[in-house]
Design a protein around this ligand. Structure first.
Ligand SMILES: C[S@@+](CC[C@H](N)C(=O)[O-])C[C@H]1O[C@@H](n2cnc3c(N)ncnc32)[C@H](O)[C@@H]1O
Length: 228
């Protein structure tokens, strides 16, 4: 039987060298930086953790704004690309290899936790949410962004890369098709977050227009971790 996380980390490590040349959220990095600037204003300088950081696009954007950023990912290949990108851009980010379900950081050690396009590929999103709550200080901000990536009618050819590995573990992933903002609100509410604010309307151009025949709903939402 396939180990789900091993399969996922291997997949992303293999895909890593091509990720930044095809991922639309990397191509739209200037627009994303504007969204991060609005959602996580600087000053003050905040301690940020980017979960499932991949090639570090969000981590680098947050660091370029002025924040103190750590990026966590389980795929060594993705982190290799992230470290190279940080060096190329002259931006300081601490990239750490590890599982978002067992992050090697103390309680309440971050002001901001972000997760873009991570939750669709998690086997136990509630477990990950409990870690988000643990890692954030009371009053800290969680930024969650994702989309509804696949529908029953999406032909496999619509994917920009080979998803064969995922097809084998997809049944283990509750949000394999993706998340809507309603899913996000349910997760955030269940884990005690309040005061959510949406940011996707700041995009002049839909960053995922190629997905699902151009109709992929996506969201960027921030919410506040309540006091203990
Ligand atoms: C679709 S990519 C998104 C990368 C990045 N957040 C972005 O928006 O460009 C998903 C990333 O999540 C990572 N990932 C998936 N499950 C993980 C887990 N349990 N622990 C750590 N990283 C994980 C993968 O290795 C991959 O780099």
């Amino acid at each position: 039987m396939l180990d789900v996380k091993e399969t996922i980390f291997d997949y992303w490590s293999r895909w890593a060298p091509n990720f930044d040349t095809t991922a639309s959220h990397v191509k739209h990095s200037a627009a994303w930086r504007d969204v991060f600037r609005a959602a996580v204003p600087y000053p003050p300088r905040r301690r940020c953790l980017d979960l499932g950081t991949g090639t570090g696009a969000c981590a680098l954007a947050l660091a370029a704004i002025g924040h103190d950023v750590t990026g966590l990912d389980g795929a060594a290949g993705m982190l290799g690309q992230a470290r190279q990108a940080a060096a190329d851009q002259g931006v300081a980010v601490s990239f750490v290899e590890g599982d978002v379900d067992a992050p090697p950081f103390p309680d309440a050690s971050f002001d901001v936790v972000s997760a873009r396009n991570l939750f669709w590929t998690l086997p136990d999103p509630d477990r990950t949410m409990r870690e988000v709550v643990r890692l954030l200080r009371p009053g800290g901000i969680f930024l969650l962004s994702d989309g509804l990536w696949r529908t029953d009618t999406t032909p496999p050819a619509a994917s920009s890369h080979d998803m064969t590995d995922y097809a084998q573990v997809g049944h283990e992933l509750p949000y394999y098709r993706g998340l809507t903002s309603e899913h996000a609100h349910a997760l955030l509410g269940f884990h005690g977050f309040t005061g959510w604010t949406h940011w996707e309307q700041l995009f002049a151009v839909h960053p995922y227009a190629h997905q699902s025949a151009g109709a992929c709903p996506f969201f960027v939402v921030t919410a506040v971790r309540p006091p203990d």
